[in-house]
Write a protein that binds this ligand. Sequence first.
Ligand SMILES: [Mg+2]
Length: 404
Amino acid sequence: MKRRSFLKSCGLAPLGLTATGYARAAASTKLEVDSLEVFRVRINRRGNWVIARLKTSGGVTGLGDASHSRSEERVLFYLKQFSELLRGRNVFNAAWFREATKDIIRKNGAHGGEPAAVAASALEQCLFDIQGKAFFVPSHDLFGGRIQEQFRVYANINRSTEDRSPEGFAKSAASAVAAGFDAIKLAPFDGMPKRSADRSELKKYADLGVSCIQAVRQTVGEGRDVLVDAHSNFNLEDGLDLARRLEPLNLYWLEEVPPASPVENLAAINSRSKMPTAGGENIHGVDGFYPYIKAGAVDIVMPDVKYCGGMMELQKISAMAEGAGLLTSPHGPASPIGNAAAAHVIATVPNVEIFEFSFGEVPWRSELVYPPEEVVQGRLKVSGRPGFGHILNEKVAAKNAVAL
Ligand SMILES: [Mg+2]
């Protein structure tokens, strides 16, 4: 894409031609938040993508991902309410915004997907996208500058796999490998009856899940990585048994075996299983992650930029994990905008090896933004263009729109 046309679509074209010119012009441009637009696009049975777009009084726009909340109606409500808090304030009010929304988020519960937290995060993402675009720098420069230009991403095949049999998961894994991914994640225990007292029924589902993992391992071979998410379907005793059964499959990680509370159960799985463990996608804020990290719940923490409090919070949580000698791997079966927001933050932190990419959900995924999202051979490129480096492709959004 030509720089001028990209900038024009960001609302920046009239401001000048050189980077210095853009920066000077941006400094004098009105950067007060003016208006909010929301786009909703249909994905699949697992939910829609909800995209927020803030516009400044000078016409610069920024994007944020408000997908996968517990209620789209309520996320729309909070997007409107919180955008009113920002209206008239300049876009360098992200820290103020964090404080201004804190009590409302806590009152409504901040556990993964709570609409108030998701809405606040999406608007904060918009602010950092706008800041970058206004000053002609990629958003990662606002967080310290990147030390990685691309990331290994694992293909989460769970959301696109309709056939939940070993053959179905193996087929999805083969598609991901054919698309160039060398790390595959599945969650094959989703059908488990959570509160069943029938031990034989639980064992039947556990056996089926293990068979699915074996089928995926066989399909991808030993040279690629397999990641398993147990979606908190096990108690401690059964979880330890699962970890033992999975040892021969040489997993990259085992994620969220028992529920997150009590955290001691996660810590027991972590200390007693031989493979790395990961989790934390539903936790909000540094104060949520601190006890989790301190308890030794996992080897790899998984803040989700949509749920954890936003881009600043993601950087703070990653720093806490770094201090504890842990890796960070952002959770996020997200839209390309959510993935871009997370990528611009983690490009600046050293303790990241891999993060999530939702594979195979819709064929037009990369085209939802312009220029399209770049994932090549299982590596997501972090854009060096201003802001997140993308604008919304309104034609694709309109074609797949869900009425608001
Ligand atoms: Mg998970």
